[in-house]
Design a binder for this molecule. Structure first.
Ligand SMILES: [Mg+2]
Length: 387
């Protein structure tokens, strides 16, 4: 079997009214065709600021290196693409391209062998995939609105919920200048989390995403106050991802459990976090850190340290399905992130909807990723700059 084409599709998904989402969020799906008529699909989305267009252009260029190769040699293809782009920094852009290709190759292999990906990895260790809820607060602005929304999502069967209560920092991820927050913004965040805790009771896990928005003293102050007052389950990305020294400095001063990793890439980035005891949870992203092949290696590495993985998941259907296969197979798995407001967006490009059952994802029965892309819908909703 030979690869005949590798195509990227940038689409406009159906997204909710989340504070994360702005007009320039798209998803990039990757489709690999072969000379035997079997195709595999994956995802290389990258948001925000049209990151998905950047990765799609990259995949169009990488296609030349893949046409004619045997798609069953996933590991060899992974290393070829990775080493081809070492001078682009190895981690980040090259691994985002690799991720969609790698996921598509695993989907293809599953279809050829008529097995789900988790079976190819060595079989399942659980019957379904535990989830935690993000994106349950669309449109919420006040502590009361957050408290009401939290109550509803718990009533739907969730027991672990995540939010970033520091609304002053919107748009999240991209606004770091001095790492500070105003006293008013800080107090608003405390009030939101406190209202949510009161609303959901003491047996629900509340995870806080700081989106790497803070300097060390600010992150220490916020995390300790939230841990002390509201018993938060983790404080995620306390500082920007570039400085492990800053992360260690934070780690030595906080009482809150720490989660990092959505902006770390490959086993080499996570090795430092694990060896230096910088986190209680790691959260690699299957569409950024190198696909299913790499996520499995990162998971196995973290198992050596008895640190759970909890994959970052804030993009499309390929991401959640690929992460779910890892969740079925990997023993040291906490929960897969799940953005409630993205469910229509996941399903609009699939031939059948993903089966969410409260705080679980029930794995589809089909081979490969388990559900196929609906190419007609994909082409219908291509982004206007990608037609
Ligand atoms: Mg995050």
């Amino acid at each position: 079997m030979k690869i005949t084409s590798v195509k990227a599709y940038v689409v406009n998904p159906e997204l909710g009214d989340s504070p994360f989402i702005k007009d320039d969020w798209q998803w990039t799906y990757v489709v690999i065709d072969t000379d035997e008529g079997i195709s595999g699909w994956g995802e290389s989305s990258n948001v925000p600021r049209k990151g998905s267009h950047i990765s799609a252009h990259g995949i169009s260029i990488v296609e030349d290196a893949l046409v004619g190769k045997d798609p069953s040699d996933i590991e060899h293809i992974w290393h070829t693409i990775y080493r081809n782009y070492t001078y682009l920094g190895s981690r980040g852009f090259p691994t985002t391209l690799l991720s969609g290709i790698d996921i598509a190759l695993w989907d293809l292999k599953g279809k050829v062998l008529n097995l789900p990906i988790y079976d190819l990895l060595g079989g399942k260790v659980r019957e379904n995939v535990p989830l935690y809820a993000n994106g349950w607060f669309d449109g919420c602005l006040t502590p009361e609105e957050y408290a009401d929304a939290a109550k509803k999502i718990i009533a739907n069967g969730h027991d672990t919920i995540k939010l970033d209560p520091f609304l002053e920092m919107i748009p999240f991820h991209t606004t770091y200048i001095d790492g500070k927050i105003s006293k008013k913004g800080e107090n608003e965040g405390y009030e939101i989390v406190s209202a949510v805790r009161e609303s959901v009771g003491k047996n629900v896990n509340i995870l806080i995403d700081a989106h790497g928005n803070f300097d060390v003293p600010t992150a220490v102050r916020l995390s300790n106050k939230l841990y002390e007052d509201s018993d938060i389950g983790w404080f995620e990305e306390p500082v920007p991802p570039e400085s492990f020294h800053a992360l260690e400095n934070f780690r030595n001063q906080t009482f809150a459990p720490v989660c990092v990793g959505e902006r770390l890439f490959t086993r080499w980035d996570f090795q430092h976090v694990l060896e230096n005891n910088l986190a209680d949870y790691i959260m690699p992203d299957v569409t950024w850190s190198g696909g299913i092949s790499e996520l499995r290696k990162i998971s196995n590495l973290s198992e050596l340290y008895y640190i759970p993985i909890s994959p970052h998941n804030a993009q499309g259907a390929g991401q959640i399905l690929a992460g779910a296969h890892i969740g079925m197979h990997v023993p040291n798995f906490y929960k897969l992130e799940h953005c409630i407001s993205f469910i229509p967006g996941y399903n609009e490009f699939l031939k059948e909807p993903i089966n969410f059952d409260g705080n679980k994802l029930v794995m589809p029965k089909g081979p490969g990723l388990g559900i196929d892309l609906d190419m007609e819908k994909l082409i219908y909703k291509l982004h206007e700059d990608w037609k």
